[in-house]
Structures are given as C-alpha cells and as structure tokens.
Design a protein around this ligand. Structure first.
Ligand code: ADP
Length: 459
C-alpha cells in the first residue's frame, strides 16, 4: 500500500521539473517534487549557469574596465565569490516565494527511486515513503563526467569552482583545463580575464565540437591569446606536485605533460538515472532516457525532461520541455504539445561571447539540411555600440532560405552576442523574412542594428 497519492511526482526540482510542477498546480493538480537539495533550481542554480555566469560577468567587467581605462587593477577573487553567493541567495529566496505561492505543490528534500511504473519511494535519509502517482516527470539532470584516469580525483570540477561552497577560493596563478567543450572554454576565458595562465587540453582537433565551425573559428581568433590550446591531446594521468598538479597526455603519438597550480576536469556531463528506472524496461538512446517530441518515454504517463534525456542540455530547453510535459499531462497523456529544437539559442559565455541559433551555414554545408541558404553579415567594427565598448571583433551572420528569404538561423560573435541571439531566435521561430527584419527599426546605438542592416543588404 502506498503511503500517499499524488497526481504528479517530479524526480528533481530543477529546470526540467519545476516549470511543470507550478503549471500543473495552477491547474489544480496535486504535485510532489523531490530533490535532495530541498530547493528549486537544480544544478543550474546550485553549481551551473547562474553562479558561473555571475562570476563571468565580473570577469568581463574587469577586462572591459582595464581596456577602457588602461588600468589593469583587478578584483579580489573573494569579491567575485561573494557576488556569486549573493546572486544564488537572491534566486533561492525568489524560488521559496514561488513555492509559498503554490500550496498545491509539496517539495520534499529527498531522493526518489522507482518501484514500478506508478510508484516511487521517497527517501529523506530519515524515513521512506511510498508514493503512488498518476504521472511522473523524471528530471534528475546530469552530473560531471569524471573518467577513470589515474589521478582524476585531483582535478577540480565545475562544482568545485562554482558550487555553493566552492573548493577553489583563491584565484590560481595557473590552470590546466581538460576538455575543450563549452564549460572548458568558458572557464578558460573567465580565468584568463582575471590573470590566470590557462592551458586547455582537448582530445580532438576542433574545440567546441557540435557548434558552427565558422563561428568557432571567429571566436578562437578573438579569445585571449594568452590561453594556450593544445589540440589532439589525450590525457592519460594526473599527479600531484609540490606546487600543484602535473597532467600527462599523449600528443602526436608522444607522451607529454604540463604543470599548473590546479587542473579542472571538463570533459562533459552524463545523465543521472534514478534508481529503479532501469527495471521499468523503458528505452535509452545515445543521449540519455529516450523521449519523443511530447517528452513521453515508452510509458505515456512517464515523462523525461531536461538534461536526463540529453537532447540539448540547456536550462531553457529543460524549461520548455517541462512545460510541454505539463500540457500533455493536462491532456491526460494524449499529446497536444511538442518540443521543437529548431530555434533554440545556444550561447558560449566566453569573453567575448559566441552564440548561434537554428540552421547555420556550416551546418548546412555539413549536410544538416538540403535548404539552400543565403548569408548576410554585419561586422562589429562598423557598429556604434561595439566601438563604444572597444569590442569591435566578430559580427552577426544571418542565414536566409534562398528564394523566400525566410530567416533560418544565425550566429554572433562579439559584443552582446548572448542577447542578440534571442532576438534572432524569435525571428527564426516566428518565420520572419529578410523583408520583415529590414523594416524593423532596430534600436540605435545598440548592436541589434546589425540585424536589420544585414537584412537590408538582401532586399
Ligand atoms: P534539469 O535542468 O535537467 O532539470 P538539473 O541538473 O539542474 O537538471 O536538476 C536536476 C535535479 O535533480 C538536481 O537538483 C538533483 O539533485 C535532482 N535529482 C537527481 N537525482 C534525483 C533523485 N533520484 N531523486 C530526486 N532528485 C534527484
């Protein structure tokens, strides 16, 4: 006999879970959320995008200040951590108010595991409760992938840098980052801006694989030249030295090594699968738990949202997936809403930032689509705002469908890339054309002027 019944149970309380929970509660359903953190926000708020971007924001300002004033005065690392802590505390308090305003939602500080397709056991370390649920949303997220290498435990992870009680509390003089993906390169450019000597060791020949290759090449040319990037470096071991760490790797068939005060492991993240899920006989794919566009697993009442399905592990994707699941739960598991990945903005919060959305030129060339694209670009060296910040590298690249000139995608490297990609993404999602964009009075003197400027070149 279960100890309690709920309409919906969520496993996790991050971006894949709480948007659905709050939506469903608003519709009158009784929702139980479970998460050992005992708070909303998941890993994004605890150790991911929020703290890392709060810290990155300070680093970017330090760099801008130095560029505009010629004064290299830095900032104490403890001030950066204090700022991060403040932002996290503000957002946790905000989530608490959100929960207090949703009496239909119960949040338990507990782990959940599956017993069968309708029952989970919730364990808070003191006691266990069996819960029967009509619908279940698995949103247990992802965790840092640490390979079985000798000395891997000597490396810091993103949690140690950005978590609530970070292990790294002083800016290191030097850092080796293992992995040239988004987290690795963002971390490199953030610490380099603060004055740390950074080396990135990456396995393949191209950094940031999966991203538009033209965008990556543009970004790479604008990254701090002090960041040393070693490609085709397969790390074999990490060992402690008197001053820090020594990282051994194979490069061009030969053993090599590099030393630094700290090493950071950033080779990727892997989905966290709740205990008991394996016995439900539901499918996995190469990314994580397999779901369809309705966010349903093989069992229509069990949904998997966010990083646990690994489709596109970004917080804003998790939020939208969560809402799709909530709408389909309200429709009693007969799908009425579907996830669309064609216009999701993806930003690398490097310094400068790089961002892309939709179908881009390099992806089309690589065979992602048969659509013939017409490209139009705008260089930031001509942009008023870029000139004001002194950030005149990079630009905006837009890709339109030949013939009807519908905007299909774009990428931006440089000033305000992280903001501009949202505006470009809305235009892609809304099916706007170069004619529509050309007629829009983009605000002066903002970098968005480049969007209509690029469109006007075609019409
Ligand atoms: P997403 O953005 O995909 O929702 P996050 O990684 O931000 O992912 O959040 C996932 C949350 O799920 C984390 O806060 C984690 O503590 C929680 N979690 C992981 N496994 C379980 C489990 N078995 N029971 C309850 N919560 C879990």
């Amino acid at each position: 006999m279960p100890d309690a019944d709920f309409d919906v149970v969520t496993i996790g309380a991050g971006g894949g879970a709480y948007p659905a929970a709050l939506r469903l509660a608003r519709a009158g359903l009784r929702v139980l959320m479970t998460d050992p953190k005992g708070a909303l926000g998941g890993n994004c708020l605890a150790e991911g995008c929020i703290p890392s971007k709060a810290m990155r924001e300070v680093a970017a300002h330090v760099r801008l200040h130095a560029r505009l004033t010629g004064d290299p005065a830095g900032i104490g690392y403890e001030r950066i951590i204090a700022h991060k802590d403040d932002v996290q505390a503000t957002r946790y308090a905000q989530h608490e108010r959100e929960l207090a305003g949703a009496p239909q939602v119960t949040l338990r500080r507990a782990m959940a595991r599956f017993v069968d397709r309708h029952t989970v056991v919730v364990d808070d370390g003191v006691g266990r409760t069996a819960i029967k649920a009509r619908h279940i949303i698995v949103a247990s997220g992802a965790d840092v992938l640490v390979p079985a290498l000798p000395g891997a435990d000597l490396c810091l992870t993103s949690r140690d840098l950005f978590g609530r009680d970070p292990r790294l509390t002083e800016r290191p003089a030097s850092m080796v980052i293992i992995g040239g993906g988004a987290i690795g390169v963002e971390t490199a450019s953030f610490f380099a801006a603060l004055g740390t000597t950074v080396t990135i060791l990456q396995l393949g020949s191209q950094m940031l694989s999966g991203m538009d290759t033209d965008m990556v090449a543009t970004l790479q040319a604008l990254l701090d030249p002090a960041i040393r990037i070693v490609s085709d470096a397969g790390v074999t071991a990490v060992e402690r030295t008197r001053e820090g760490v020594r990282v051994h790797y194979m490069h061009a068939g030969k053993p090599s090594h590099t030393e630094a005060a700290v090493a950071v492991m950033a080779i990727g993240r892997r989905p966290v699968i709740p205990e008991g899920f394996g016995a439900l006989d539901l499918a996995f794919d190469q990314h994580g738990i397999r779901v369809d566009a309705a966010m349903q697993t093989g069992a229509p009442h069990i949904y998997a949202c966010g990083d646990v399905n690994g489709r596109l592990p970004l917080f804003h994707v998790a939020v939208r997936e969560s809402l799709v699941a909530s709408h389909n739960i309200l429709a009693r598991d007969t799908p009425c809403d579907y996830m669309d990945y064609t216009a999701v903005p993806i930003t690398l919060f490097t310094i400068p930032a790089a961002a892309q959305v939709g179908l881009t030129g390099a992806a089309a060339r690589a065979g992602a689509s048969d659509t013939v694209l017409v490209e139009s670009a705008y260089a930031f060296r001509e942009d008023a705002r870029a000139q004001m910040t002194g950030d005149t590298g990079g630009g905006i690249h837009l890709f339109f469908e030949a013939g009807n000139l519908r905007l299909r995608g774009g990428w931006v490297v440089g000033v305000d890339a992280d903001q501009l990609i949202g505006q470009i993404g809305v235009a892609v999602a809304a099916g706007l054309s170069a004619y529509d964009l050309a007629r829009f009075p983009d605000q002066h003197p903002m970098a968005a002027e480049g969007i209509s400027h690029a469109a006007r070149a075609l019409v």
